[in-house]
Design a protein around this ligand. Structure first.
Ligand code: PLP
Length: 351
């Protein structure tokens, strides 16, 4: 092609790089925070029962089958809920709704690297608020975020795994004259969350995903809860049929089994605690985690070397280059057997 037909901003941008999804058999894959356990048994019943002729029809466009279940779960009205094709879709809808030229996005750094990519596509200025020592929110976060129209707070944060103190998040929501989206992709693994604050603040959106705690990364489902006015506006921006029919039924089956969620979550939390303890014994430092992953630095602070050695041993974790993040690797909480193998390699290297 002699000339580019793309908008200049698309030509100039690098694009988002998702975590590696390799096609290698027998790899221990603890790099993209998937759940090592299967989804709730009801999901499989739904799949089997799904009549072939349902696939002929368009899905219900606002995903009401799923939204009704979500509304009941959180004690809100269906008008408080928007459903999406994974929380990446929710984020895209929010950024397309609230950001553009002259309408900046503010987000923290390090955090989920998709946010700036989505903002770039909207030609929206990006305000990156660098986290302070220990990956804490800086005390002047509100002043830094002030010019933005949308502020994303990732709580618990990725890739660091810590959750900013609730009082600080509340203060930010109160002092920010724009929309605040709290990305709670990992909230089911944390001690507390912001869902109840939606009733108090009409500039707050809380975003959740079924990819992690519900073990459903493959179907792509996320949702957001906010006041009806924000939901109504975002509904105009979403794709007409952004959640397929099969997904809507699977979501209902999975959300209806909170007992199963509790069971798998407690196994994951126990494995996480064991990882923290065993890695600390080997001289690792780590960020105390409120998620299903651990951001851990080996004793020599050489995250890349540990990543490479794990990879040679068919164990895939995530490495984020950079002066601070490069000291660490991010390890998803896998099954106990998977984590045992990872700990064996760590013990050989650093023990
Ligand atoms: C902070 C954060 N938000 C959103 C997502 C995207 O999740 P989903 O699978 O629902 O698109 C991730 C996935 O890793 C994440 O870490």
């Amino acid at each position: 092609m002699k000339k580019s037909y793309f908008r200049p901003v698309i030509d100039a941008m690098a694009g988002y790089v998702p975590g590696e999804q390799p096609k290698i058999d027998k790899l221990i894959k603890v790099n993209t925070n998937e759940n090592p356990y299967p989804p709730a048994p009801g999901v499989f019943d739904t799949l089997h029962a799904f009549a072939a002729n349902k696939l002929r029809l368009y899905p219900q466009p606002t995903a009401d089958i799923a939204r009704e279940t979500i509304a009941t779960l959180h004690g809100v009205d269906i008008d408080n809920v928007i459903a999406a094709n994974g929380s990446d879709d929710t984020l895209n809808i929010a950024i397309r709704s609230f950001c553009g030229p002259g309408l900046p996005l503010a987000c923290f750094n390090p955090s989920y690297s998709l946010y700036p990519v989505l903002a770039q596509m909207q030609e929206a200025p990006i305000i990156r608020i660098n986290l302070a020592e220990g990956f804490r929110m800086p005390s002047d976060a509100a002043e830094q975020a002030a010019p933005a129209n949308l502020l994303i707070i990732t709580r618990p944060n990725a890739p660091t795994g810590n959750a900013f103190p609730m009082a600080e998040v509340r203060a930010l929501i109160e002092n920010f004259d724009g929309v605040v989206l709290v990305d709670e992709a990992y909230a089911d693994f944390s001690d507390d969350n912001c869902m109840d604050l939606v009733r108090e603040y009409d500039n707050l959106i809380v975003s959740r995903t079924m990819s992690k705690s519900y073990s459903l990364a493959g179907i792509r489902f996320g949702y957001a809860v906010a006041c009806p006015e924000l939901i109504e506006g975002m509904m105009k921006v979403k794709d007409s049929y952004n959640v397929d029919m099969l997904t809507q039924y699977i979501v209902r089956a999975a959300l209806s089994d909170q007992e199963y969620l509790d069971k798998t979550r407690s196994i994951i939390l126990a494995t996480r605690a064991r990882m923290e303890k065993e890695l600390a014994k080997l001289g690792f430092t780590y960020v105390p985690s409120q998620t299903n992953f651990l951001f851990a630095a080996p004793p020599d602070n050489d995250g890349k070397r540990f990543f490479d050695v794990l990879r040679e041993n068919a164990i895939l974790v995530r490495y984020f280059p950079g002066e601070v993040t490069g000291r660490y690797v991010r390890i998803s909480v896998g099954s106990d057997a998977e984590i045992d193998k990872l700990l064996e390699v760590a013990a050989r290297l650093y023990g």
